[in-house]
Design a binder for this molecule. Structure first.
Ligand code: XCC
Ligand code: SF4
Length: 655
């Protein structure tokens, strides 16, 4: 038996069914030829646990794991399944769900905290490597922190000193993670009725950290055993993620690195260059990668690369780091989450520099088969494999660290071993749509002229707005669902806002160009896009930048003509190929901000039908938004469109 197991053939993925992207297919095949396993192969050999999939496996104490799958023939009569302690399927699934919210909110918010810390050292003038690039943004966010931007001198109103404003904003922002009373400032940025609803429901977060700790306590063995009460806590933590931790992260990144404006670039593995030093930055926090950008553009490093025989330095990104650098500098993403191993398989990646979140530990194993230097940079994200180099990045000597890393990549250029094969596949794209730039491009406001978003929704040229965001998941065909869903939406005149790996996927498949509008959109959306020259799918940044989508929806609601709060708008959300805990936190803050939100793949709630109904149906009565799950991409998009039409009807604009 044991021998049989040992010799059991390892299955390989079929590149053609693993991804719809030819570059990805080519590199999966190459990896297989070189006997390097990738996530696509591993997905063939390990299947998920059916009970975990249902959300009803509890391992919160050592009497378990207690496993409560749905009985084969469904539940007849009373559902008497329970764990050793008596925990019901609802309790177990809700606790698991809550811990995903905690994990996701923690990841986003800790990223936000890191940004706030760097901003505080900028404001205190403790670092020279970081500066304030966008004073306009600083001035625009200051009032939300109750920070005055003017002073009265002898009855005259004068502009306040910018350094003073920065310092006060920095201190107040930093304090939000551990605030001891009241509620975070940014909650009031929501439409008033929504804010009041949260207040009435008692779900306004107290501070960012506390809501996450509360979830961990509440879901400990033998604490909260009422799924509705657990979901309420999920709401506090998720709102603290979206409206506070992530939103402050986005805002302060804009202040330090610039608010994005539409910018042209390219995307996919084909952006790597054979005769250049290729550096791939991967992860999430632009704190590090911004410095790498500056280092690669410095004369010193460019000259050094030339000395070593390279034609230049090509920087590319994976995951949300890619999106951060794309939206502010036009640095091209080399791929999505599922392409991280493949960037190394090209044989052309001289260094892969990672920080936090979404980084495969298997990168180290892949890097071992090539010359690639894999460099971890964050104190909380190291790897056990001994070929991984750790260069801890510190904002106080950021530029020195960045140059050290870039130099290491350049020195490695001459060590390439195998043939370099870069798939010659890339697409053009336009990214960089912040709320500010959308407003600017659509007539300078949200309402009142022919060009604005609200007017076009009211007159029906645009049927509604969809947010399509989130990850890739090796359990479904890479990029397929993102693209099918987005295409179905724009074909039906729904404008799409996108972030994260979904945005990278959209770029890879040619959806982020103004030209795609004429070919792929319904006539109304095509007309709007052609008139103002925007793509039908707007790249709004990284996953923390989902806060931009919250604010875009808020602006649309506040501009009027479409109801009063987000739940009244013809909008819907989607995460077609989600995999991370962050996606669950994002989904929950969208739902509880009033957005109907559909996830693809599966949701770990099927084993607890009552809890599932609570998320999928009952929440609508409380917040106006609710969860849903649909694996089939066309049905998925159609559900979103049906919701959009329902809202149009309620608004009386369904002519
Ligand atoms: Fe998901 Fe967020 Fe990661 Fe990409 S990077 S895999 S979380 S979409 Ni943000
Ligand atoms: Fe089982 Fe209850 Fe312990 Fe969970 S908390 S493992 S359901 S005994």
């Amino acid at each position: 038996m044991a021998d049989e197991k040992k010799t059991k053939a390892v299955k390989l993925a079929n590149p053609l069914t693993a991804s719809i992207d030819p570059a990805t297919q080519q590199m999966i095949k190459r990896a297989q030829e070189l006997s390097v396993d990738t996530v696509f192969d591993r997905a063939e050999n390990m299947k998920p646990c059916n009970i975990g999939l249902q959300g009803t496996c509890c391992k919160n104490c050592a009497m378990g794991p207690c496993r409560l799958p749905l009985p084969k023939g469904g539940i007849e009569g009373e559902d008497d399944r329970k764990g050793l302690c008596g925990a019901t399927p609802n309790t177990i699934a809700a606790r698991n769900f809550a811990r995903m919210v905690a994990g996701g909110a923690a990841a986003h918010s800790d990223h936000g905290r890191g940004v706030a810390e760097v901003f505080l050292s900028v404001a205190r003038k403790e670092t020279e490597d970081y500066v304030i690039k966008d004073y306009h943004k600083l001035i625009s966010i200051a009032p939300h922190f109750d920070v005055a931007t003017t002073v009265e001198v002898d009855g005259e109103t004068l502009d306040r000193d910018l350094d003073e404003i920065a310092l006060e904003v920095a201190e107040k922002a930093m304090a939000e993670w551990g605030r001891t009373e009241g509620e975070p400032y940014y909650m009031k940025r929501a439409p008033e009725q929504l804010y009041n609803r949260w207040k009435e429901m008692g779900v306004l977060p107290r501070n960012v950290d506390r809501e996450i700790v509360d979830i961990m306590h509440r879901t400990h063995m033998g604490v909260d055993q009422d799924y509705k009460n657990i979901v309420k806590q999920c709401t506090r933590a998720a709102l603290a993620d979206g409206w506070v931790g992530s939103m402050i992260g986005t805002d302060l990144q804009d202040v330090m690195f610039g608010t994005p404006n539409p910018i042209q670039s390219e995307v996919n593995l084909g952006v790597m260059k054979k005769d250049h030093v290729n550096i791939i930055v991967h992860g999430h926090e632009p704190i590090l990668s911004e410095m790498i950008v500056a280092a690669t553009q410095s004369k010193e490093m460019i000259d050094y690369a030339a000395e070593k025989g390279a034609k230049g330095i090509q920087l590319g990104g994976i995951c949300c780091t890619a999106n951060e650098l794309l939206q502010r500098h036009g640095i091209p993403p080399a791929g999505t989450f599922l392409q991280q191993e493949l960037a190394i398989v090209t044989g052309a990646c001289d260094a892969m520099v990672v920080d936090v979140q979404c980084i495969f530990q298997n990168l180290a194993n892949v890097a071992k088969c090539f010359h690639t230097k894999l460099i971890t940079t964050h104190p909380i994200a190291r790897m056990e494999q001994n070929n991984v180099i750790h260069i801890e990045f510190d904002e106080h000597h950021a530029m020195d660290d960045a140059k050290r890393i870039v130099k290491m990549a350049i020195d490695n250029f001459e060590n390439r071993e195998v043939d370099v094969i870069i798939p010659p596949i890339k697409e053009n794209q336009v990214a960089g749509f912040s709320v500010e730039s959308i407003e600017y491009h659509l007539g300078g406001s949200f309402r009142g002229t022919y060009y604005t978003l609200n007017d076009n929704i009211i007159n029906g040229r645009i049927r509604g707005i969809a947010g399509v965001v989130g990850c890739n998941n090796a359990r479904t065909k890479h990029n397929n669902d993102h693209i099918e869903i987005i295409k179905e939406l724009i074909k039906n005149d729904v404008i799409v806002l996108t972030t994260g790996c979904s945005a990278i996927a959209a770029g890879m498949h040619g959806l982020l160009t103004p030209e795609s509008a004429a070919v792929l959109c319904g006539p109304g959306l095509a007309e709007v896009c052609e008139t103002v020259g925007i793509p039908p799918v707007l790249h709004m940044g990284s996953c923390v930048d989902n806060s931009r989508i919250l604010l875009a929806a808020t602006e649309v609601a506040k501009a009027g003509g479409l109801g009063k709060e987000i739940k009244d708008l013809p909008v819907a959300g989607s995460a077609p190929e989600w995999m991370s805990e962050k996606a669950i936190s994002i989904g929950h803050y969208f739902v509880t901000s009033g957005v109907y939100t559909v996830f693809g793949c599966h949701m770990p709630v099927e084993g607890a039908p009552v809890f599932k109904d609570y998320l999928y149906k009952d929440l609508e009565g409380i917040y106006g938004g609710m969860w849903d799950c649909e694996a089939d991409p066309i049905a998925h998009a159609q559900k979103m469109i049906a919701h959009i039409d329902k809202k149009r009807q309620e608004l009386g604009i369904d002519k």
